[in-house]
Design a protein around this ligand. Structure first.
Ligand SMILES: [Zn+2]
Length: 129
C-alpha cells in the first residue's frame, strides 16, 4: 500500500500535482490510464470530472471512473457522435448479426428437410438480443 502511494496516480500526474495521502481519487485513476484521463479532462473538464466523482457514493466511484474514462474514449474516437456513435455502431452490428442468424437458421431448416429421417436433427441457433 505504501509503495502504491509513492507511484503517482493518473490524476496527479496529469495535473502536475504531488500524489500524497490527500489524493482523493487516485485509486480510481491509475497511471496506466493516463491517456484516457487526458481525454476525459479534454472532453469533460477536470472540474466536472472531480465534481462527478465527489457526487458518487464511495461504493460506486470505480464504476463512475470507468464510465467517465470510457465515454471520453468514445468521444476521442468519434468527436461528432461520441457515445451515440458507438451505440449506433453496435446497434447496426447487432442487426447485421441478427439477419445473418436468420439466414443460418433458414439454411439449417432447409438442410433438415433435405436430410433423411434417420439422421435428421432439428438444430436451431438462438441468440438472446
Ligand atoms: Zn493522486
Amino acid at each position: 500500500m505504501s509503495e502504491q502511494r509513492n507511484v503517482p496516480c493518473g490524476l496527479c500526474r496529469y495535473q502536475h500535482k504531488r500524489h500524497d495521502l490527500s489524493c482523493e481519487f487516485g485509486q480510481y485513476f491509475p497511471i496506466n490510464r493516463l491517456r484516457e484521463i487526458e481525454s476525459a479532462s479534454k472532453f469533460f473538464g477536470m472540474a466536472n470530472l472531480l465534481r462527478l466523482m465527489r457526487g458518487a457514493e464511495p461504493s460506486q466511484r470505480q464504476v463512475m471512473a470507468n464510465s467517465i474514462l470510457r465515454e471520453a474514449q468514445m468521444w476521442a474516437n468519434d468527436p461528432i457522435h461520441g457515445a451515440l456513435g458507438h451505440i449506433l455502431t453496435l446497434s447496426s452490428h447487432i442487426k447485421s448479426v441478427g439477419r445473418e442468424l436468420k439466414l443460418v437458421n433458414a439454411m439449417l431448416a432447409h438442410c433438415s428437410h433435405q436430410a433423411t429421417p434417420q439422421i435428421a436433427t432439428t438444430v436451431q441457433v438462438r441468440v438472446l438480443l
